[in-house]
Design a binder for this molecule. Structure first.
Ligand SMILES: Nc1ncnc2c1ncn2[C@@H]1O[C@H](COP(=O)(O)OP(=O)(O)OP(=O)(O)O)[C@@H](O)[C@H]1O
Ligand SMILES: [Mg+2]
Length: 310
């Protein structure tokens, strides 16, 4: 079967004007690749500012006007053009957005859930979906400002799930929630995947991602540096030095910090953006780094662990 979503060599940049007339192109995402199969949860893990939300918006075709996107997007075997994305958005392809501000503040929850449909079947469906997410039928009559943060988040998930999507993109769906509440929310996404949808889980929390994802794509400064199986983490089969560093920074793995910080967009040179912080770097890391297969996973590194030396 065709993958639900294929992203190949995707780049997103912004055009900025400085001092009125000086024009500058700021690359934010560079040659990013990722594949999601039906029934699979794929996590995209990266720190703040690494381009995670832009990836989501790029797939949905809702990037801001001053942006420019290149590369290939395929949805169920066919090119995902902005026009096709617009037709599928909110139906087959749904977003659980990063902020609860995406709810329409002037519209009651019920009509938002039903997406304009008014028939009895739509009403029954919206109640059923609310109940599934632990929300009473009275929630339909509420405005977003009358909901607590946690309720608003569940309404967003309910709105997405109500469409029986084939691709669900969840952008940082558990901010500030304790482990139990976050686990419950992730359980909902797992269920949606088990019903056959592809789920793209965007998060900065590797530990949380590993609780439901089958595959993890690791982002660093707008590039995918590795695509690993979830089981590769505990098995010590990671390939990229940054993925290893992320894993070792988890409390249960000794909290080992990585010195230095991620470059800002436009600050990275050519070559590997992680090189300045990398213990394995050489002069060659300033050059072009191919995306290649090592031990059944993908990595963009000249000196991956478990790989042959160039
Ligand atoms: N409209 C825009 N114009 C210029 N730069 C932008 C624009 N939108 C986003 N960026 C830049 O793109 C980079 C990536 O942003 P993005 O929101 O995708 O990060 P993120 O990984 O989702 O971060 P977070 O974890 O904080 O949500 C950021 O450095 C941001 O400043
Ligand atoms: Mg974001």
């Amino acid at each position: 079967m065709e993958p639900v979503l294929e992203v190949k060599d995707l780049s997103i940049s912004f055009t900025q004007y400085q001092g009125g007339t000086r024009r500058r192109v700021l690359p934010v995402i560079r040659r990013l690749s990722l594949t999601i199969e039906a029934g699979q949860v794929v996590a995209v893990v990266g720190s703040s500012g690494s381009g995670k939300s832009l990836l989501a918006h790029g797939i949905l075709g809702i990037l801001p006007y001053n942006s420019h996107m290149e590369g290939e997007l395929r949805y169920r075997g066919e090119p995902l053009t902005p026009r096709r994305a617009e037709q599928l958005r909110g139906k087959e392809i749904v977003l659980v957005p990063q902020g609860v501000t995406y709810l329409d503040p002037l519209m009651k929850v019920g009509p938002q859930l039903r997406g304009g449909r008014r028939d009895a079947q739509a009403r029954a469906q919206s109640r059923e979906v609310l109940a599934r997410y632990g929300l009473g039928p009275e929630t339909e009559e509420r405005y977003p400002f009358e909901l607590s943060g946690g309720m608003a988040r569940r309404v967003l998930i309910a709105t997405a799930a109500a469409q029986s999507p084939k691709l669900l993109i969840a952008d940082e769906p558990t901010p500030g929630l304790d482990a139990r509440a976050a686990g419950r929310i992730l359980g909902h996404f797992q269920e949606i995947a088990q019903q056959g949808a592809g789920v793209l889980l965007i998060t900065h929390d590797l530990e949380l991602a590993l609780t439901i994802a089958q595959k993890v794509a690791v982002f660093y400064a707008g590039e995918t540096v590795e695509e690993a199986g979830a089981e590769d983490f505990a098995a010590g089969r990671l390939r990229h030095p940054y993925t290893n560093a992320l894993w070792n920074a988890l409390p249960q793995n000794g909290f080992t910090p990585i010195p230095g910080s991620q470059p800002w967009p436009g600050e990275e040179g050519s070559g590997c953006p992680f090189a300045p912080r990398c213990p394995r770097r050489s002069a060659a890391c300033a050059g072009d780094i191919p995306w290649r297969t090592v031990n059944g996973g993908q990595v963009r590194c000249l000196y991956p662990e478990g790989g042959e030396k160039p």
